[in-house]
Design a protein around this ligand. Structure first.
Ligand code: HQG
Length: 186
């Protein structure tokens, strides 16, 4: 995607995950927004975006961040919300291990409290270490933690997988986290 579309995609993430009220948009209980209303309200608030831009973003987003409903008239973000929405995800048994990328500076706090969801609905976990490393690098020098997901599941923790493949859970207690042995993580 070119630079202009990346910026429009970030705007969509902002209004569909965090601040629909910024442009006067309403999401329904399941996080859907009316596509034409989104375009109208965005432009009325000075954001230059067309329905065609949105279709290209939905199709080409490398992380498949957004979905259109079967009618093609509604759009929602696949994950990452801080506003309360029900994505109707079904609990799913996770693989033996998952990965979480974070910044080294968060490690002392994570050792104490485990992984917490903060403003988001869930803690986000990746199926592969490379993806986790890229997620962690958004916050600073990255480190990849190995999460004993299947052990958590056996102890009753619930996992979900978003439509775009991100694993989600409420909290990862510290005993289920394997910290790498490197000087940075001390
Ligand atoms: C850290 C992107 C201190 C956590 C990605 C992370 C993802 C703690 C940061 C999605 C902590 C929160 C989410 C604790 C967790 N003490 N820090 N106890 N527990 N943290 O951005 O997982 O591009 O809310 O490690 O691909 O980085 O937006 O979460 O570093 O799927 O589609 O607190 O965002 O997707 O940061 O990223 P975030 P995240 P999109």
């Amino acid at each position: 995607m070119d630079k202009a579309l990346v910026s429009k995609s970030k705007f969509l993430s902002l209004v569909l995950r965090h601040q629909p009220a910024l442009i006067g948009l309403s999401l329904d209980a399941n996080g859907w927004a009316d596509l034409q209303e989104l375009v109208r309200l965005a432009n009325a608030s000075g954001h230059d975006i067309t329905a065609d831009d949105i279709l290209v973003i939905v199709r080409n987003s490398e992380k498949q961040r957004f979905t259109l409903d079967s009618s093609g008239q509604k759009i929602r973000a696949n994950q990452g919300h801080s506003v309360e929405v029900d994505l109707e995800l079904a609990p799913l048994q996770p693989p033996a291990v998952l990965y979480h990328g974070t910044a080294t500076r968060f490690l002392p706090s994570i050792r104490q409290s485990g992984l917490i969801k903060g403003a988001r609905h869930h803690v986000h976990l990746s199926q592969d270490a490379d993806t986790a490393n890229a997620v962690g690098a958004r916050h600073g020098p990255p480190v990849v933690l190995t999460i004993l997901a299947e052990d958590m599941w056996h102890s009753g923790c619930v996992f979900y997988q978003s439509k775009n493949g991100v694993w989600l859970t409420d909290h990862v207690p510290a005993p289920y986290i394997e910290f790498p042995h490197c000087p940075e993580s001390d």
